[in-house]
Ligand binder design. Structure first.
Ligand SMILES: *Cc1c(COP(=O)(O)O)cnc(C)c1O
Length: 355
């Protein structure tokens, strides 16, 4: 059962300058699902949810989410970046978790409705945007272990600045050599809450080693690079053939990032060779040591392109380049942000106006 608390209790703010995901706009949009299907979208003041302690999501974890951003453009419009890809990925995540499929148009309508309602809270300073978090949870209250028969889809918005503190030029990562994030046949390519829960213990270990984020290896051989807890991974290689952007190939253990796909396109535009192929931890370390791996970065909606300067493993640390952000990381970041923020032509037709 889902009911609403009468008092708005979201931390709502008109100052969007503070970090990532800490303040929320004044409204949310929602749709509920029962075995009769989806109800109409609703716009409500941002509020706390009231849930029975027996609510299924609290026990069995049917919870999925998305992340996308709305950008104010110089022409006065607000635009979303490739939101239909988020809508489709949300359907794939729902299917993997035996949750109901939300039509792409309903997903897009709920997102647009929230952005247009809270238009005045979309921050317009450089490097800022309105981060949107669509999510779906099982709301039926029963302890039976089967797919729930009631769900709630919500979209909340968070005026946000840079994901990582701008003071740090490149992040340090910890390589999880024993505990993988995802297994073949598991849920690694679904954007489900449980994937994040499973990674928290390693994130804690990473923090103990002074690292900002975790890089996970494959579950089978513990040799191949996969991705970070919430970001995909790229290496830049420099050799006699030129400069190549390399990233692990997509599989069911890697989240199919929209930023990842977009950067592969932009890299080709910029004349880089691109390769999607398996990369071992040994290649990363040896290449960094002999200078053939000149840069590495993580990417995702929240973090855009975030350079990786240092890699810590149980065997010690290696440094990529001179440990500071590299040239291609910066160029790709600038190129992607220029399209997203509307300061360069949208040559691939990626941006969608919020009407
Ligand atoms: C969301 C996410 C990403 C990044 O995906 P984008 O579509 O680029 O935001 C990468 N890896 C994981 C595990 C994620 O959850």
């Amino acid at each position: 059962m889902f009911t609403t608390a009468s008092s708005p209790a979201g931390e709502s703010s008109h100052d969007p300058g503070l970090g990532f995901g800490r303040v929320f706009t004044d409204h949310l949009t929602s749709m509920s699902w029962t075995t009769d299907g989806w109800e109409r979208p609703q716009v409500r003041p941002f509020h706390n949810l009231s849930l029975s302690p027996a609510t299924m999501v609290l026990h069995y974890g049917q919870a999925i989410f998305e992340g996308l951003k709305a950008y104010p453009h110089p022409d006065g419009e607000i635009r979303l970046f490739r939101p239909e890809l988020n809508a489709r990925r949300f359907q794939l995540s729902a299917d993997r978790m035996a949750m109901p499929e939300l039509p792409v148009d309903d997903f897009l309508d709920c997102v647009s409705l929230l952005v247009s309602t809270d238009r005045s809270q979309v921050p317009d300073r450089p490097g800022h945007s309105l981060y949107l978090r669509p999510l779906m949870i099982a709301t039926e209250a029963t302890l039976g272990t089967r797919p729930a028969e009631e769900y709630l889809f919500l979209v909340i918005g968070s005026p946000s600045g840079p994901y990582f503190n701008g003071a740090s030029p490149a992040i340090t990562v910890w390589v999880s050599e024993d505990l993988p994030r995802a297994h073949p046949g598991g849920t690694g390519n679904a954007k489900c809450a449980g994937n994040y829960a499973a990674g928290m213990a390693v994130q804690r270990t990473a923090a103990e080693h002074g690292a900002d984020q975790v890089v996970f290896l494959d579950a089978h051989e513990h040799r191949y690079l996969e991705e970070l807890g919430g970001m995909n991974l790229f290496l830049v290689r420099q050799d006699s053939r030129g400069t190549t952007l390399v990233t692990p190939p997509l599989s069911d253990t890697i989240l199919h990032g929209i930023t990842r796909a977009s950067l592969l396109t932009l890299a080709a535009d910029l004349g880089l060779e691109v390769e999607e192929r398996p990369i071992t931890l040994a290649e990363w370390r040896d290449g960094s040591d002999d200078g053939s791996v000149t840069e590495s970065f993580a990417c995702g909606t929240a973090a855009v392109v975030t350079p990786i300067g240092r890699v810590r493993t149980s065997a010690g640390e290696f440094v990529i380049g001179d440990g500071t952000p590299g040239e291609w990381s910066a160029r790709l970041r600038t190129e992607l942000l220029a399209i997203q923020e509307g300061t360069t032509p949208d040559r691939h037709g990626w941006m969608r106006v919020v009407s």
